[in-house]
Structures are given as C-alpha cells and as structure tokens.
Design a protein around this ligand. Sequence first.
Ligand code: SF4
Ligand code: SF4
Length: 194
Amino acid sequence: MNTEEINLLTKRALSGDKKSLLEILNFLEKFDQPLTRFASYSILYQFAFNSLYDIGKYCEECGGKCCKSGDPIQVFNFDYEEIKKMGGDVGRLRKNGKIHLLSRPCPFQNGWACSIHKFKPYSCLSYPFATEDEQMIVIKEYKDGIPDFKVPEFCTSGKVVKDRLNNVEKELREKLGRIPSAKEILEFLMKEKT
Ligand code: SF4
Ligand code: SF4
C-alpha cells in the first residue's frame, strides 16, 4: 500500500467502517514496531471516540473549541473530492501552493457543531488520539503498551473516552496476563456493544 492508500483506508476506518479498521490493524500488525503499535492503538481509540461512544453532549458543553483555534488543518485531495462531491463549499478552503487547508476558526463550524460532519476531512476525524501534532511528545517517548495519549485539558470527550478505554485495557490485561493488542480491545468493545 502506498501512503495515499494507507491514509484513505485509515480515513474509512475513522469514519466508522469496521472492515477498513480491521484491514488497517492487520496491515500495521505485520510490522510490529513501536511506531506501528502506537498507530494501531491511536486508530482504535479514535475509532471508538468517533463511532462507539455518544460524546455529543460533552462537545456541546465545550462549544467546539477544537474547531475554533489552532494551526490550519491539512485537507488531502481525497478529502477535497469528497467535500465537493457531497455538495460542501470547497471555496471556503484555503490554498497554499497545491495544498488545501482549513483555517481555524473553521468556516464549516455551525455553533458548536460541524456542518460537514458526515464528510469532514481525515485530520478532523483524527482528533484527538490520531492527530500527530497533539501526540508528538507521546510518540517520541513511546516504546510499548497502551500510549498515555495526550488529551487537551478542555477536551472532556477525549478524557471520557480515554478513561473508558484505559479501563477496558486494564480489565483485558488482567484476564490475558499481558498487554492486549488493538484488535483484542476492538473485539472486546464490539462484544460489549451487542
Ligand atoms: S475539544 Fe473535545 S470536547 Fe470540545 S468539541 Fe472538540 S472533541 Fe468535543
Ligand atoms: S470541518 Fe468540521 S470538524 Fe473539521 S474543523 Fe471544521 S467544523 Fe471542525
């Protein structure tokens, strides 16, 4: 897989597609390196954040701070095409050379919510666990096990999801006598949901 294919597959996984999630976790598992282990857990935590837990009330209380300030967000070509196809106003995006960017405060934010939620860019779907900028220090120090993900103080949703998943991991670790893989945590979460 080339980088664009990996990014596209990850975006599908982060959008809630379990088949793509399993595909990307299987792909990463083959490498068994600290960075790929980190990526597996961050994609899993982010998938749970986006698709398994009802975090809307926390985001509403927060007022959508993550979309209000910060550096511009990169919009990949496949994001751009999807926004355009779905009728989003791509004229609101900024251009820097060949790269499309989303400024913050984000022009697609409506109150606390995202007006293009169903087709928002990869970078937005990655917040906070799979955003490299947020996790830079954690990535640098990471060796093994569940990363101690850095969640901004104001992001209550992130803190709630991190606590829940860390508890699931602890329970599984006690049961298995070792650190569970991202796939094992996913299996547990899916059973819990049914
Ligand atoms: S900062 Fe966190 S709690 Fe606030 S809107 Fe963004 S994801 Fe939700
Ligand atoms: S596109 Fe949506 S999720 Fe992304 S920054 Fe804008 S309002 Fe936030």
